[in-house]
Design a protein around this ligand. Structure first.
Ligand code: HXH
Length: 334
């Protein structure tokens, strides 16, 4: 490793944590790179319900434990991702033995037992949990996403999830996490949801803005307005899954083997503007996590266009810093 390259997270000491989503594979392959630049980790998949609790009476902690142990060995923070989500959750959670829908009490009991076992295992090691992920519907006329959590438990499933999580680990910071969080219509629904949770005394401490943005949007003003609105709830903010896709979401081109010069310049400019903004809100924001440590490990290779490459992070496929890295670094040192 080139030792002249400064540590990203060290440049942000006293500003906010700098995290990355990892897998056991990336930790084994590039652990020293990850430990040098990041001081917070999120398991990209390994703590999701279907991975850690695939069957009613079976938990598999091997991968999650490996990530947690790595973080402990390197003095890093951890974010837990995620307890209640409509994806990557097994059907058995919502079903009776005969396949008919489970009762509200049965599903809540399963969630309680899941939280006790998973959150309980990592008390004192995981400081922040994404208790509920992506509960808001994208269609503008609708409010809550129609999920099995909603249909089996009812509209108060978020409140119940946060209450359960708080009981299990009263010291954990509990987050609501979502994407398209800067879109004004969805932003206002997220605000309304979290406001209503707070109004009934729900233990919720922060909003996770995923930050799956791209070279063309959202605008800095839109991001700023979302930060201002969420912070007005008096909650902490984490940017939980930051990446800047090389493509607008509607763009289905798939012929590029490398970013064009124009795309590379846009990326530098976007990261410059975004970290200028985020550091402006350092008193609200405690943590900024990239969804991947470097371009070789991005989930956007293949999503949403199968076989397409993407270059969304400040480190390239060889783990070398891009011009974006140096811009981000400057904002941390101010
Ligand atoms: C995040 N969802 C998740 O929080 C994280 O756990 C996962 O590892 C990656 C990203 C972002 C997302 C949201 C909606 C979505 C896809 C990704 O919806 C679509 C599905 C298919 C096609 C288009 C959008």
């Amino acid at each position: 490793m080139n030792t002249e390259i400064p540590s990203l997270h060290q440049a942000y000491t006293g500003t906010f944590k700098i995290g990355a989503a990892v897998s056991t594979r990336t930790l084994r392959r590039e652990g020293s790179f990850i430990a040098k630049h990041y001081n917070s980790l999120t398991a990209e998949n390994q703590m999701k319900f279907e991975e850690i609790h695939p069957d009613l009476d079976r938990y598999d902690f091997a991968a999650a434990d490996e990530i947690v142990d790595f973080a402990m060995q390197h003095g890093m923070a951890l974010r837990g991702h995620t307890l209640v989500w409509h994806n990557q959750t097994p059907n058995w959670v919502f079903e009776k033995e005969d396949g008919t829908p489970a009762s509200r009490e049965q599903v809540l009991e399963r969630l309680r037992s899941h939280a006790q076992t998973v959150m309980g295992r990592y008390i004192g090691k995981i400081q922040a949990w994404d208790v509920v992920n992506e509960a808001i519907e994208d269609k503008s006329e609708e409010y809550l996403r129609e999920t099995k959590w909603l249909s089996t438990v009812g509209e108060d499933y978020l409140e119940q999830a946060f209450r359960i999580a708080h009981e299990v680990d009263p010291s954990a910071q509990l987050f609501y996490n979502d994407y398209n969080e800067t879109n004004p219509v969805k932003r206002d629904k997220i605000y309304r949801l979290v406001r209503s949770l707070l109004d009934v005394g729900t233990p919720i401490h922060g909003i996770g803005m995923q930050g799956h943005w791209n070279l063309y949007g959202p605008s800095i003003d839109e991001i700023r307005e979302a930060i201002e609105l969420y912070a007005s709830l008096g909650l902490r903010l984490h940017i939980t899954e930051l990446d800047i896709s090389s493509f607008d979401f509607e763009d289905r081109r798939s012929d590029l083997k490398a970013p064009t010069d124009e795309m590379a310049q846009r990326l530098t400019h976007r990261y410059d503007e975004i970290f200028k903004l985020l550091t402006e809100y350092r008193s609200e924001i405690d943590s900024v996590t990239f969804w991947g440590a470097a371009d070789n490990g991005t989930w956007l290779d293949g999503f949403p266009v199968r076989g397409r490459l993407n270059w969304p992070l400040p480190f390239d496929r060889e783990l070398q810093p891009k011009p974006s890295f140096w811009k981000i670094l400057e904002h941390g040192q101010r």
